[in-house]
Write a protein that binds this ligand. Sequence first.
Ligand SMILES: NC(=O)c1ccc[n+]([C@@H]2O[C@H](COP(=O)([O-])OP(=O)(O)OC[C@H]3O[C@@H](n4cnc5c(N)ncnc54)[C@H](OP(=O)(O)O)[C@@H]3O)[C@@H](O)[C@H]2O)c1
Length: 235
Amino acid sequence: MKRICIIGISGKLGQYMTQHALDRGFDVVGVCRPESVGKLDRFKGRISLYPGRTDDPSVVSQAVKGCDGVLTVLAPWGFTDYASGTARAVLDHAEPGARLIFSCGLHITRDGKDRYSLRQRLVFNVLTFFAWVTRLADISDQVRATDMIFASDSDWTVVRGPELEEGASEGLPLWSSHVGDPVLASDIVRRTDFALFMVHALTDDRLIREAPAIVSRKSASARSHAMAEAVSVHG
Ligand SMILES: NC(=O)c1ccc[n+]([C@@H]2O[C@H](COP(=O)([O-])OP(=O)(O)OC[C@H]3O[C@@H](n4cnc5c(N)ncnc54)[C@H](OP(=O)(O)O)[C@@H]3O)[C@@H](O)[C@H]2O)c1
């Protein structure tokens, strides 16, 4: 992996991914809205930018040219199919064989086998309703975007993030295939570690065509899981 593209590079997740990708020695190219270019001033001279909407196929096709990996922030802003337009532009224009990593929330389910707590369902429903009433975001657009990705035969990974918090890295998050698996119960990860996992996924072939749900490796549920594993291995 040499050259990667970050679609939605100027947001909080995008900026963390940029730093992790530069730390790994990747050449970084990015797409962000023209009005957000200034947010990336601290990376000046170290990244190349293609200003434009992330669902604009003409911008995305230029940016992903020659990239071995593409990290995409799926954001369902507004009611213009922004997330599904972004996913389509990436799927249609990425280089054949490129690793494609997408971000989303835990409400996305690939096979319907996720088991949500009452609290999670309440939070999703309140957020969906608030986003719809204010016309800020169309949560079902992220569902359409990921359905399109799941149906694709490209080398995709859809990373599903729990509640996010700021703070220093706690290390690479743990993951599991289904919400409701005990390791995920703490339902929290640092935003920088969400980004770390996205960048890690570029080179972890075990994650190809997986939809990992992640959790902080220092969370209570992750630590009890690790302890239970150690007990079962050592008797
Ligand atoms: N926030 C959470 O609690 C949470 C929890 C779980 C998973 N996630 C997932 O994590 C990812 C990143 O989320 P985040 O909360 O950290 O957001 P973020 O990275 O700060 O921003 C998301 C993206 O949306 C763009 N954006 C903001 N307002 C926009 C608008 N009105 N029109 C078009 N684009 C706009 C931003 O670009 P600009 O820089 O141009 O504004 C940025 O590229 C998403 O895939 C989300 O589903 C978030």
